[in-house]
Design a protein around this ligand. Structure first.
Ligand SMILES: Nc1ncnc2c1ncn2[C@@H]1O[C@H](COP(=O)(O)OP(=O)(O)OP(=O)(O)O)[C@@H](O)[C@H]1O
Length: 326
């Protein structure tokens, strides 16, 4: 079943800011990233899906329901992890998550059991009776995730779940979200301005910019192969580059790699012959794949250029620079 479907969805706030504009998109089951720079409209999108905000125009369906009229039912079937801190510091995680379970309609004993279970899933079982005020940022993010899971939803909406976390904390949170999606079979829509981060765990990506749809596709469709061969030898890289140039190939070095346009099947033969003649240890010979970030770039980029960023691609300032995703 389609998780989310919108048709010409538009939201204009009272201050005349148009946060969503004519947005038509379909989200299928799985782990889906909703990516866009800060202010792109991600939180507004989530709040409309939950029935917390009404759209100014267009339609939305969540799990087949209309959130403007079936908001309560939507919220019983959907878990929501908000972006900002919203936790009571003087309650324990067990008390808070139990309370949220009760708010979702679970009986007292079931709510208590489910709270323990979800706090165990997010790695907070041992700490569950401590006051939340004394928790680290990473632990607080996990409590927010646990309260979204307590009523066993069909769909989780996570708004910037790695906010405020250090790289290790981000990795742990992403691994947890991936486990929820794969082991528990719960579909997840994860909002982020960090494309490089969410692309690691998502089956599909929806990118928005200035409230408009930029692109929506399965990740596998985005990482299509390019017509460029990537060659890596453990030694003799320069020697090989010279030999391939002599053989009539156009060679470009990128770090330890040599990149050669794939003309036809003879390109492989020429490379393998040169490697054999020079008696070099061939480490890798394969067809390059596009990186997802290249396909989101507003400005066309050369697919063979990019180097791997040390940190995930940060879209936070994209709106104020190129106007596109980075
Ligand atoms: N309650 C509101 N009243 C007026 N304008 C708002 C309101 N909420 C959001 N906006 C504006 O709508 C636009 C989209 O905001 P939104 O929070 O949905 O974006 P976002 O992609 O979630 O960004 P962020 O991650 O920074 O929250 C922004 O220009 C924002 O300033």
């Amino acid at each position: 079943m389609t998780l989310i479907a919108t048709q010409s969805l538009t939201k204009t706030y009272g201050n005349q800011v148009t946060a969503l504009s004519d947005l038509t998109v379909t989200v299928e089951p799985g782990i889906v990233g909703l990516v866009g720079a800060n202010g792109a409209g991600k939180s507004t999108f989530i709040k409309i899906m939950l029935g917390l905000l009404g759209p100014s125009g267009g339609q939305a369906r969540v799990l087949g329901l209309d959130p403007t009229v079936d908001g309560h039912e939507v919220r019983t079937r959907v878990g929501y992890m908000p972006e900002h801190d919203c936790l009571p510091p003087d309650l324990s995680a067990a008390e808070f998550v139990t309370h949220m379970g009760r708010m979702s309609g679970l009986p007292r004993t079931t709510a208590r059991e489910r709270a323990s279970e979800t706090l165990r899933h997010v790695g907070l079982y041992e700490e569950r009776y401590r006051q939340i005020g004394g928790y680290s940022t990473g632990m607080k993010q996990r409590v927010k995730l646990a309260q979204a899971l307590v009523h066993d939803p069909d769909l989780l909406l996570l708004d910037e779940p790695t906010n405020g976390l250090d790289p290790a904390g981000r990795d742990a949170m992403l691994a947890l979200i991936e486990r929820i999606g794969t082991e528990f079979g719960i579909s997840v829509l994860v909002c982020s301005h960090l494309l490089g981060e969410v692309e690691r765990i998502c089956d599909a990506l929806v990118a928005i910019e200035g409230g408009r749809l930029l692109r929506s596709a399965q990740l596998s469709d985005m990482t299509t192969v390019t017509e460029v061969l990537s060659i890596e030898v453990s030694e003799g890289t320069e020697e090989l580059a010279a030999r391939l140039t002599e053989a009539g190939l156009s060679v470009r070095a990128e770090g330890q790699l040599l990149l050669v346009p794939l003309v036809d099947d003879t390109t492989y033969d020429l490379i393998l012959t040169a490697v054999a003649e020079l008696d070099l240890p061939l480490h890798r010979l394969d067809q390059r794949r596009h990186r997802v970030a290249e396909l989101f770039a507003t400005e066309p980029t050369e697919p063979t250029e990019p180097a791997e960023p040390a940190e995930p691609a940060d879209l936070a300032d994209a709106g104020t620079t190129t106007g596109g995703l980075q």
